[in-house]
Design a protein around this ligand. Structure first.
Ligand code: SF4
Length: 209
């Protein structure tokens, strides 16, 4: 936990990397419009991370959470995706309370490495080997999205499929830099194990954030 987070435990200010109104590019809600809030801070350290710029929270301004909510409201969206970094390094109760007052649906993308805060309509759990999820998040995940870099990740995916509840949906997503190599393996795996579906980072093909 970053020291700054203990100084503002109510989450009334958050380290904002970027915010934008776009389409969800991954997982169950692919293609749906949403306002994205990317928070700084992550110590999970995935070797293939495409959001390294977010890792150090001190490189991003601490922004009034109310101001973020005001800007989001002006976009006209009815959905917010909170991502990172690892957003659960921060207390997200204040943010979610404000979003709910505006009747905004709340979505989070998390590795699950930190305890849950906030009130979420949808929790996308993407477990990472470097810092496995806390068990409580597995029990409330709506979506399990596992990044597949090599064949050994299928076993990792199945381990977490066994830890979530019956409401959860299952997605395998190719690690972007290994796409050409790993996609045939994923296709064959899903044909043999059709409870899984593929998740492609379609925003990258569309050249949108
Ligand atoms: Fe990057 Fe997400 Fe892994 Fe953190 S958890 S290192 S932001 S991929």
């Amino acid at each position: 936990m970053n020291n700054d987070s203990t100084a503002i435990p109510d989450g009334a200010r958050l380290p904002l990397v970027e915010e934008f109104f776009s389409l969800q590019g991954e997982g169950y809600h692919t293609g749906k419009a949403a306002y994205f809030i990317r928070l700084g801070g992550c110590d999970v350290g995935c070797s293939w991370c495409d959001s390294r710029f977010s890792w150090n929270p001190n490189l991003h301004p601490m922004v009034e959470t109310d101001a973020i909510i005001d800007r989001m409201t002006k976009s006209g969206t009815d959905s917010v995706v909170v991502t990172g970094g690892e957003p659960l390094m921060w207390n997200l109760d204040y943010l979610c309370t404000g979003l709910k007052k505006k009747n905004i649906r709340t979505f989070i993308e998390t590795s699950g490495a930190y305890p849950l805060s906030g009130d979420w309509d949808w929790i996308c759990l993407s477990p990472k080997r470097n810092m496995p999820p806390v068990r409580e998040i597995c029990k409330v995940a709506d979506e399990l999205k596992v990044i597949i870099q090599d064949k050994s990740d299928f076993e990792w995916a199945e381990k977490y499929r066994g830890m979530v509840t019956g409401k959860c949906r299952f997605f395998l997503q190719p690690e972007w830099s290994r796409f050409e190599t790993i996609i045939p393996e994923i296709v064959e795996y899903i044909k043999r194990n059709p409870i899984w579906r593929i998740s492609l980072q379609v925003h990258k093909y569309m050249h949108i954030p």
